[in-house]
Design a protein around this ligand. Structure first.
Ligand code: SF4
Length: 279
């Protein structure tokens, strides 16, 4: 059995950076808190909590004067102001997300209608919306662009973790009903490289496995992008879930993992495939 691991698998630049910032803060301040889970991965969040880095869902859960870390997804300026007025804040927002926040604020100030291609409930998008004074219009699929009325001036940005091909289709849809469209390429280079390398592997194997949290938006997008290339693609969260798939009958298996999947889970899946695949 041959196992092919995509070049860019697992933690992206922004997640590695946020984890490093969190551990440095822990070294310096003792117990620290993250505003929301640092990454969408249950196993890693549990490990962080054991190490003294605890996730909270609201300012009310924080003790007075706590040290709180803004995770890579970023937050709205309104929420940041509340946190800064009561706690010591360490900002680990990914620089790519910061770029999207700035573009969103600038385009709304310039009077354009801002369209955001993304998931309304994702923290990155909720944060960006805060920079638009509520004026950003979030649309989650290329098909939905056809329901928009014609606009003289629009600008468009994408959630950083969308698939580039999907974004091209989305922009194509907007061109149908926009007189002057300003397109910003806000998908981060980590995502582009991750999707490119995973799709390349998916085209060469009989079975493709995408490893990552079931509620991780970026992992689900990676899974969908690979499934378009190789319909025999599965999304698993742990090595144990391999038992639900008839993987032993394949000679070539491909692997990739979402931006929030820790290395120890990728390694555990690879070891199980290697050990049990040669039984
Ligand atoms: S996926 Fe991209 S934008 Fe999001 S945290 Fe990672 S590097 Fe930053």
């Amino acid at each position: 059995m041959e196992i092919l691991l995509a070049r860019e698998s697992g933690f992206c630049f922004g997640v590695r950076r946020a984890v490093k910032i969190a551990y440095e803060a822990k070294e310096k301040w003792g117990q620290v808190y993250t505003y929301g889970e640092l990454i969408h991965n249950r196993q890693f969040v549990e490990k962080l909590e054991k190490d003294g880095i605890k996730a909270v869902g609201s300012p009310e859960e924080l003790p007075p004067g706590a040290v709180v870390i803004i995770r890579s997804h970023g937050i709205s300026p309104q929420e940041e102001k509340i946190l800064r007025s009561r706690f010591k804040v360490i900002d680990a927002t990914c620089p790519y997300v910061k770029k999207s926040q700035k573009i969103a604020a600038k385009e709304v100030r310039s009077g354009k209608e801002l369209v955001i291609f993304g998931d309304r409930n994702h923290p990155e998008i909720r944060g960006i919306l805060g920079y638009t004074q509520g004026a950003g219009l979030v649309i989650s699929s290329p098909q939905e662009t056809s329901s928009l009325t014609t606009s003289p001036r629009r600008a468009v940005i994408s959630q950083t973790t969308n698939d580039l091909e999907d974004y091209k289709r989305f922009v194509g849809g907007l061109l149908e009903n926009t007189e002057r469209l300003t397109v910003h390429q806000t998908i981060c280079s980590s995502t582009i490289e991750k999707h490119r390398s995973a799709k390349e592997i998916a085209s060469k194997v009989e079975l493709m496995l995408i490893i990552g949290g079931k509620h991780s938006s970026n992992t689900r997008k990676l899974f969908k992008a690979c499934r378009r290339i190789q319909p025999n693609t599965y999304h698993i969260e742990t090595p144990e879930e391999l038992d639900l798939i008839e993987w032993r009958k394949y000679e070539r298996i491909g692997l990739s993992a979402g931006a929030s999947t820790p290395d120890f889970i990728i390694k555990a899946v690879m070891e199980k495939l290697k050990e049990e695949g040669n039984d």
